[in-house]
Design a protein. Structure first.
Length: 369
């Protein structure tokens, strides 16, 4: 198997165009499951296609193992790629689709047969080997596409939005199948998605991209709990993080507080140190707080916000409350589904000030010591 080294890679279309991928630089370890995530047009699929050899690299280097692959054709990179649209041959059976790549490599017939049957057994598609793709469900077609990829036993699997054409239930099932496949094969996976749930549930590490630039590379836990900026904080997490505008001020006891026109919140010393070291006293900042870190148990909190109930979304096990607290956007709190309020009812909220983040109001970068 192999690690992947991507050294300061750029992709440009035409001489005067802005790069669609800018200074992409990272090392992917052998057997890692890496997910590129970001909104449409952020450069994640283009980066994957450069690794695959389907797009030329404008600047920089890509190594698979110890081999520089910038000018190698895809067939010589020892990779397998799974696409969003399955890319199956409609006139071939499932067996023939899976075997196609091996036949092109002129492997002996008995080796092809063993490889196809092993892959179909792993993916539980043995009963469908003689069917045509049109006779299969979307989930079964995706399994066939995965089977065609794994029979080659490549160094590297590349997957470009492979689940986006499936319904919600099938996406959950196929996520689990791909996670199991990665564990069983012990191979490096790079997976592209715009779905932050897929990224959070599947990845060893996540690469968050925006406008062709890496915003953060880290584990799902760190991406969620320690976002590098407001874009990452807002993109990862559902419902998204609350961002409140206010000013850092020092009270008469020398403690820092977050002030708005409607409320003030005492800042925990761990955050106060970061704000002081970044010279943010008497400066405007953004305070980020995730909906699950807002409580209706205001009696047990030293940080209180008074809001006015506007509307709710019932999500089964949770209820999302939307409240007016005098900010540009409504505050979202995740609470028990049994909670009910009348329209425009006053609500007292407790904020877990250990779980907040402070960001620069212009650059969006999180303040750290």
């Amino acid at each position: 198997m192999a690690s992947i080294q991507i050294n300061h890679v750029y992709k440009k279309y035409g001489k005067d165009k802005n790069p669609v991928v800018k200074d992409f630089h990272m090392t992917i370890e052998d057997k890692e499951f890496i997910v590129f995530v970001g909104p449409s047009g952020c450069g994640k699929s283009t980066t994957l296609r450069m690794i695959a050899g389907l797009e030329d690299i404008s600047e920089g280097e890509v190594y698979i193992g110890d081999q520089l692959v910038n000018h190698l054709p895809p067939k010589d990179r020892d990779i397998s790629m799974v696409f969003q649209n399955y890319a199956l041959y409609p006139n071939m059976s499932v067996y023939e689709n899976i075997a196609f790549g091996l036949r092109m490599r002129k492997l002996p017939k008995h080796e092809i047969d063993l490889a196809v049957k092993k892959a179909s057994r792993i993916l539980e598609i043995e009963p469908f080997l003689q069917r045509k793709p049109r006779q299969l469900s979307g989930g079964q077609r995706q399994r066939v596409a995965l089977g065609r990829a794994i029979v080659r036993n490549p160094k590297l699997f590349l997957m470009d939005e492979p689940l986006s054409n499936l319904d919600a239930k099938l996406r959950v099932l196929m996520r689990m199948e791909i996670i199991k496949l990665h564990k069983n094969l012990g191979t490096t996976f790079i997976y592209v998605t715009h779905d932050q749930v897929e990224a959070m549930t599947m990845a060893d590490r996540i690469v968050v991209m925006r406008d062709g630039v890496i915003q953060q590379i880290d584990t799902p836990e760190q991406i969620y709990s320690m976002p590098s900026n407001t874009f990452v904080a807002s993109f990862i997490g559902s419902p998204q993080i609350n961002l409140l505008r206010g000013k850092i001020q020092e009270n008469e006891r020398g403690q820092l507080e977050f002030h708005t026109s409607r409320f003030k919140l005492k800042i925990h010393e761990a955050h106060a140190r970061a704000l002081r070291s970044n010279h943010q006293v008497n400066r405007n900042v953004l305070l980020g707080i995730r909906p699950e870190n807002i409580s209706l148990e205001a009696l047990f909190s030293e940080a209180i916000i008074n809001g006015t109930y506007q509307f709710t979304e019932l999500m089964g096990a949770d209820r999302y409350l939307y409240l007016d607290i005098g900010q540009e956007n409504l505050l979202i709190a995740r609470v028990s589904p049994s909670i009910h309020f009348a329209e425009n009812e006053s609500v007292r909220l407790g904020i877990d000030m250990l779980k907040v983040h402070f960001f620069h109001p212009d650059s969006g970068e999180r303040f750290v010591e």
